[in-house]
Design a binder for this molecule. Structure first.
Ligand code: SF4
Length: 479
């Protein structure tokens, strides 16, 4: 069951002075927002500044710790937060902190290849329902085995990007050389294993950077390492790497990730209550397969692991078709299922509309809005788009649920003074709202109400048919 806290329980450990420094009117209000994970504890400055609250602070940090600890690397404004999860199923409570996608580079790459790969990470952007989906950072691998060479590559990467990065080597000396040049950017250290864990844990404490604990295929070892590092080094900034296997072992990898998440959340196992790292890039170790097959397998593995609780992924392919499934799937998985994606209601200008431009109406479900916008743009026309607050539901559902009503349309027409803005006094309803046309005509009196197509793809043809310049005037945007 998800761990849900009671605000009264949290309130007990707050200073209870209602000073308002956190931005809330009372400590109880702050407690309520804390348990919903809407605000960080750090906003209560007295708790951190006044010694008398030290024991309360310690207790609060303990009780507010999510089942999967939140781990941060990189520096603001390019920080990455991972973990911070309290539930197995996202319908129980929003999954916070989407899985960052890191692309690997290594220290044997030419400057040109290094530049190209980092530039690709910097520039990659895919627009989906009005959101810009981006890659998150770089995993710098040491392949040469030479500390100085690795540190130089890390320094180059730091110059090429402000995005966070992971330092990948099992050799503590190599890691330290790179940490000396990069500690101010707070990289994630990969990795402590059964041989090097004391040295790598010491480095993570010395340079104040989080670390990955790696024990591929050995969950007992993974747990033992995280426990020892926490006990002996008081290091709680840990990420777990249980190993990523491909081919016929993909199912085992997915099972292990699932078991770890259940152990952390359902069984409350603190030693396993850390974010999980998956490395789909391992598919590229296979020398036999052609590159297209590896890029395909990598995409499948990345999506599968994201669905089964991976909090951080390292990828190799820079083929856009291989990255797209992961980046779009991530957006779907981390969209709050209780909050439909929506845009702000109001009047939008598509192109440069004037007093002769058509006035269309739609709902504020984001997908509907962007489809209508795209189809108006494809029709190569300028238009006014009045977006009604349908609470993020589609026009069809909103009409049935009385969220898309004539009252709301009239209200917005008046609010935006559209009788002055459009000379023609005509409004085009979406086809699914046809049943409102009579009522709307009655309410708007001297306006004409048209019923447009059900599918916005038909807007172009519809406008070509009805929007006659002799009647409505020239719809030419202002220059
Ligand atoms: S800053 Fe702390 S003490 Fe002040 S009101 Fe907020 S929670 Fe209470």
């Amino acid at each position: 069951m998800p761990k849900r806290l009671n605000p009264l329980h949290v309130y007990r450990y707050l200073p209870q002075t209602n000073c308002g420094k956190c931005g809330e009117k009372s400590c109880m209000a702050f407690a309520s927002r804390l348990i919903e994970r809407e605000v960080p504890l750090e906003l209560c400055s007295p708790l951190f500044e006044e010694k008398k609250y030290a024991s309360k602070l310690k207790e609060l940090q303990k009780i507010l710790r999510p089942a999967v600890k939140e781990v941060v690397f990189g520096v603001p404004p390019n920080q990455i937060k991972i973990g911070g999860k309290d539930v197995v199923y996202r319908h129980e409570w929003t999954w916070r902190f989407q899985t960052p996608l890191m692309i690997d580079v290594h220290d044997e790459m030419s400057d040109e290849e290094l530049n190209d790969r980092v530039k690709f990470v910097n520039d990659f952007a895919y627009i989906r329902i009005g959101k810009e989906l981006k890659l998150d950072g770089i995993a710098v691998r040491c392949v040469s085995g030479i500390a100085e060479k690795f540190a130089k590559t890390v320094a180059k990467v730091m110059k090429l990007t402000q995005k966070p990065f992971i330092l990948c080597s099992y050799d503590p000396e190599i890691l330290e050389e790179a940490l000396i040049v990069s500690k101010d950017r707070k990289p994630l250290i990969y990795a402590a294993n059964k041989k090097n864990w004391k040295d790598v844990a010491s480095l993570s404490v010395k340079y104040e950077c989080p670390l990955v604990v790696s024990a591929p295929g050995n969950l007992e070892m993974l747990k033992s390492l995280s426990t020892s590092i926490k006990e002996h080094y008081n290091q709680d900034e840990i990420v777990l790497d249980p190993g990523t296997y491909t081919n016929s072992s993909i199912i085992d990898t997915i099972s292990v990730f699932t078991a770890l998440r259940y152990a952390a959340i359902d069984a409350g196992d603190l030693a396993l209550g850390y974010p999980l790292l998956g490395v789909p890039a391992v598919v590229w170790l296979d020398k036999e397969k052609p590159p297209e097959e590896k890029a395909f397998t990598e995409a499948v593995l990345a999506c599968s692991l994201m669905a089964r609780y991976a909090d951080l992924l390292i990828l190799h392919s820079t083929d856009v078709w291989s990255i797209l499934p992961s980046i779009v799937w991530r957006d779907c998985v981390y969209t709050d299922p209780r909050v439909p994606p929506s845009v702000k209601p109001g009047l939008y200008e598509l192109g440069k509309p004037n007093e002769n431009s058509p006035l269309l109406v739609t709902g504020n479900f984001a997908l509907t809005y962007y489809l209508v916008k795209d189809d108006v743009e494809k029709a190569k026309t300028d238009a006014w788009l009045l977006v009604i607050d349908t609470e993020g539901t589609s026009v069809q559902s909103a009409v049935a649920g009385k969220k898309f009503t004539s009252d709301k349309i009239v209200e917005l027409i008046e609010e935006y003074n559209l009788a002055e803005k459009v000379k023609h006094k005509s409004v085009i309803l979406p086809g699914y709202a046809a049943r409102l046309s009579g009522e709307l005509e009655d309410m708007l009196k001297d306006w004409r109400v048209f019923v447009g197509p059900r599918d916005s793809a038909g807007i172009k043809k519809f406008l070509e048919k009805i929007w006659i310049p002799e009647i409505f005037g020239e719809n030419k945007g202002e220059e």
